[in-house]
Write a protein that binds this ligand. Structure first.
Ligand code: ADP
Ligand code: MG
Length: 723
């Protein structure tokens, strides 16, 4: 680590890393030995905190936090929006003598009350019973956050209704880890592998973002409110030179990154890489992978710190999936694997035939999972903002396919051929006998057009949007993989009961999976039209937009899957779906109204002024020459189109796709509220968004004709190239 990451005291990151976290080192220092041991056990095994030690732990955490300058504490939770939420309480409690003492009991550490009545719950709580409660997730350590306004002790928590239903994104993640653990242990047992630690999922979450000078953002209501540009003509120079990718990082940005990293190091977030991305002013930050639960919490911290530090450098960090048309969008690549400290990474091909066989079983489970539940996976990345990204400009397509790399796919094919044709001699590989050819950890031909790729020892899910909480996708991955591991374990167990050897059983399994599920494997160009046709032929689900994707949350398959593995019950799935529909509809309406307003109150007057100037010029010149200014004519025509487009958008916004009677029925019945949301979402997609597009096309044409000094907004050129 380099010296410029030294903090104000001259300490290197290795000295101050994790300073603000109540981590193992702090626990050891501040807790009595027996309590430390008990807590450590709880964390490693993911068990419930022993109430007997809660008070001691709370008091130690409080003293530690106060020594760091904290005055308040908060239970941080992760509601169904993509942000984190918190409510601050002071440690301070008045005593009987007119003074005050700092207080923080075991009960307040372990459980809190959160009146999150304004947070979306998708009908799980009515406002009269709005209070949910938060409960400490011991597997994610407490930390202190230094804000300009003060220092706060933060306790990562679950957020549940009083009836025990999950109102957040963390709860199902831990439940899905339990499902993974149970099913993975069954497979490991078949291979004679024992472990006392739970098997859980790991996540390495790469975060992309844009940085724009704050002064420009202040002049663009669209960036300020929607986080993306609703108008803006393409700059003469876009990203076609490819000179930005891995290019030299500009100085102001560099200073910003260093400050972000310093802060994240103090918070114990293992940030590892930083670089320029493909589009101008686009960057990426990636920490080392951690247990998925912790990685997800850390990703929230990364997003918070990215946004906050930007302010100090007069920058704004845009986490929107598509802030600028015609340029790459921002994603959040989710590197995914399962395993634990004892058994290692279960997606790592081994060196011995026995290890390889085990690897192939886990691999096959994933193939089956993505094939069977691609539509569920796709639904977890559906959002208004990600709709602008998926399927365009180097973003993965909406069709869920799996890229294995030619070498590995070839190996699996050989198993299938051998088994299916029934000729043992033809079989080129034997499970339990042959070793796989070494799979390069980072194959050179990484297929960037695939939404889900095997990259040597893990999978990379690339469809997640930059602003999304990745928990939703990780929950889906865990659950579908657990279901497949269950299937696979049962398959092998059954074969073995029929006197089949383990190797032979695995051989049959691979052949079966390849026969039934290889339709999901694709190594070609995911951007091509040919692939759409081919995917249709293979009967892979194609859900281009959010309203197509969200219904899957309450499909019989997904309800059955999620209830069977105790990850989400029917009500919880429906509530999620309801919230996501609502977000889509609200976002689209807000943006549409904003576009309308900008067009009316900023753009129209600007064009009119230019038109007036041209008219005066025309009048003046007419006396002197026969010259007719073609720009005048063009502006007149575009002005006409602008008027029409504004009117059309207004009509689209004000049209209610649902009639009154249906609304009345819906207010009484749950099921029809779904139909109403679907109709509204489809109206957004099919009428409002196209009307916005139409308006934008005209405005963007005008932007490059109207005199620059009259144009009311900073251009793409300004925003993207001033650093
Ligand atoms: P690239 O840009 O080539 O995709 P990066 O180095 O930016 O690679 O990111 C790779 C991410 O994958 C890092 O967060 C890394 O820690 C993570 N990773 C590596 N091995 C695993 C694994 N076994 N499970 C999950 N994530 C992993
Ligand atoms: Mg990557």
């Amino acid at each position: 680590m380099s010296a410029h990451l030294a903090n104000e005291k001259g300490q290197l990151p290795t000295d101050y890393y994790g300073d603000n976290v109540f981590n193992d080192k702090a626990m050891r220092q501040h807790l009595p030995k027996a309590v430390y041991k008990s807590l450590k056990q709880t964390i490693e095994k993911g068990e419930k905190l022993d109430p007997a030690i809660a008070d001691v732990v709370a008091s130690a955490i409080k003293d530690w936090a106060i020594s760091k300058g904290a005055t308040h504490y908060t239970h941080v939770f992760y509601p169904l929006t993509d942000n984190s939420a918190e409510k601050h309480d002071a440690f301070l409690t008045p005593d009987d003598n007119g003074g005050a003492i700092a207080e923080f009991s075991g009960t307040t550490l372990v459980q809190g009350e959160a009146d999150g009545s304004s947070l979306p719950s998708g009908g799980l709580r009515s406002t009269f019973e709005a209070r949910g409660y938060t409960a400490w997730d011991v597997t994610s350590p407490a930390y202190v956050m230094e804000n300009a306004g003060g220092i706060v002790l933060c306790i990562p928590t679950f957020f549940l209704s009083w009836t025990g239903l999950a109102l957040d994104k963390k709860t199902p993640l831990l439940r899905s880890n339990q499902a993974i653990n149970k099913q993975a242990q069954r497979i490991l047992k078949l291979f004679g592998v024992q472990t006392n630690l739970p098997v859980s999922s790991n996540g390495g979450l790469e975060q992309e973002y844009f940085l724009v000078d704050r002064d420009y953002v202040m002049k663009r209501p669209d960036l300020l409110i929607a986080g993306r540009t609703l108008f803006g003509a393409k700059p003469p120079k876009g990203q076609e030179f490819e000179d930005q990718y891995y290019g030299v990082i500009p100085e102001r940005v560099f200073a910003y990154m260093i400050e972000v990293e310093q802060e994240l190091y103090r918070l114990g977030v293992p940030v590892k890489t930083r670089h320029n991305e493909v589009a101008p002013s686009q960057y990426e930050i990636a920490p080392l992978y951690e247990q998925a639960n912790l990685a997800t919490d850390h990703n929230q911290l990364i997003m918070t710190v990215l946004r906050r530090v930007a302010r100090k450098h007069n920058l704004v960090c845009l986490l929107h999936e598509k802030p600028f048309n015609g340029l790459n969008g921002s994603g959040k690549h989710v590197n995914y694997s399962i395993g634990n400290k004892e058994v290692g990474n279960l997606f790592d091909p081994g060196e011995t035939p026995h290890e390889n066989a085990q690897f192939l079983v886990f691999l096959c489970a994933v193939i089956r999972a993505v094939h069977k539940y691609g539509a569920f996976l796709r639904a977890t990345v559906a959002s208004a903002s990600n709709d602008f990204r998926l399927g365009g400009h180097e973003a993965p397509p909406v069709i869920m396919s799996l890229f294995l790399g030619d070498q590995l796919q070839d190996v699996l094919e050989q198993f299938r051929i051998g088994e299916v044709k029934g000729s043992r001699k033809k079989r080129m590989m034997h499970v339990g006998v042959d070793t796989l050819p070494p799979i390069p950890a980072d194959p050179g031909d990484r297929n960037r057009t695939s939404p889900f790729a095997f990259v040597g020892n893990r999978f990379e899910f690339r469809a997640v949007g930059s602003s999304q909480n990745p928990a939703g996708s990780i929950v889906a991955l865990n659950t579908i993989v657990a279901e497949s591991l269950d299937f696979v374990a049962t398959f092998i167990e059954r074969e073995m009961q029929n006197k089949c050897e383990l190797g032979e059983a695995v051989q049959r399994l691979i052949a079966y999976i390849m026969e039934e599920h290889s339709a999901v494997l694709f190594s070609g160009d995911g951007y091509s039209d040919v692939w759409y046709k081919e995917a249709e032929r293979r009967k892979l689900p194609i859900h281009p937009y959010t309203p197509d994707a969200l219904p899957v949350y309450t499909s019989p398959e997904v309800i059955d899957l999620c209830t069977r593995y105790n990850v989400l019950c029917r009500e919880e799935l429906r509530s999620r779906q309801e919230v996501y529909f609502e977000q889509y509809i609200k976002t689209t309406h807000t943006e549409a109204k904003l576009a309308l307003r900008m067009a009316r109150t900023n753009i129209y007057p600007a064009v009119m002024r230019y038109q007036t100037e041209l008219a005066q010029n025309h009048k003046l010149l007419a006396k002197l020459t026969h010259f007719e200014n073609p720009v005048f004519k063009e502006i007149n025509e575009l002005m006409h189109k602008l008027n029409t487009a504004i009117e059309n958008l207004e009509v689209a916004i004000n049209t209610d796709p649902v009639n009154e009677r249906d609304r009345e029925i819906a207010s009484k019945a749950q099921t029809s509220s779904y139909n109403i949301q679907l109709a509204e979402a489809n109206h957004c997609r099919k009428n409002i968004l196209p009307a916005m597009e139409e308006l934008r096309a005209i405005v963007d044409t005008l932007e490059v004709i109207v005199a620059e000094d009259l144009w009311p907004f900073p251009s793409y050129q300004n925003m993207l190239f001033v650093k």
